[in-house]
Design a binder for this molecule. Structure first.
Ligand code: ZN
Length: 243
């Protein structure tokens, strides 16, 4: 497999011939994020069909219940790369997203390659997905069902983001306001805060009920080291012009 264009070939000699000719050094799309040696590209499934299909084949190797889509046209692919000393951008993971989602899903499929796991890339991919949703002025949620690992990653991301937001506002935010600030869907906020006992059902409604001290303690205990985040100033992305 060519690590730049993701073409796969049957024989080693074929690959060697390909590598001498292949000039691609980064995913075939727009670079939307760069922070030191970490870079992210937006690739359109309609414009780069073969690349995106190959990406799906790779994902299928690692995600048990992934449905293999040959029709990649309706999706955008956000490809995370590590940039090497020679300027080559090597794919470390990605997430895909439907261009138009009836269920307001902001992530369809998400993968970090096994040898790039435990570097915080999963959280970074999730954060980029939510930062994009914030710029769209929308709220989003990952496509269901989530894998066990996916469930853990999203739950951990939501908990950290929600608690940090509550901490910054001294807990004085409604669920609706939290959703507007973070682009996290209200259902996901409720289930996340319920799991850590920060929500009450009062007069027929879910309300946040947590003392600032509890928020501080939970963050200190579980999120002492801030996870890798998408720095909004480095994200070069604007919603497509409707016209
Ligand atoms: Zn190639």
């Amino acid at each position: 497999m060519c690590e730049f264009c993701l073409t796969f070939l049957k024989r080693k000699e074929q690959l060697q011939r390909h590598l001498r000719k292949c000039e691609l050094r980064h995913p075939p799309g727009d670079e939307i994020y760069r922070n030191n040696s970490v870079s992210m590209f937006e690739v359109d499934g309609r414009k780069e069909k073969v690349y995106c299909q190959n990406l799906c084949y790779i994902a299928k190797l690692f995600l048990d219940h992934k449905t293999l889509y040959y029709d990649v046209d309706p999706f955008l692919f956000y490809v995370l790369c590590e940039v090497d000393a020679a300027g080559g951008h090597k794919m470390a993971g990605y997430f895909s997203k439907e261009k138009v989602s009836a269920e307001a899903n902001n992530v369809a499929c998400i993968l970090v390659l096994p040898h790039h796991q435990r570097k915080g890339y999963g959280k970074l991919l999730i954060d980029v997905a939510y930062q994009i949703t914030i710029r769209e002025g929308a709220v989003g949620s990952p496509e269901k069902p989530l894998s066990d690992l996916g469930q853990l990653s999203f739950r951990s991301y939501w908990t950290e983001v929600l608690l940090r937001t509550l901490q910054a506002h001294r807990g004085n935010l409604s669920i609706k306001e939290l959703s507007a600030v973070t682009a996290i869907k209200m259902e996901d906020i409720i289930s996340t805060l319920q799991a850590i006992n920060c929500i009450r059902f009062w007069k027929g409604q879910h309300v946040i009920s947590v003392a600032p001290k509890i928020v501080d303690d939970h963050l200190a205990k579980h999120y002492a080291r801030a996870s890798l985040r998408c720095e909004p100033a480095r994200l070069k992305w604007q919603p497509p012009d409707e016209s």
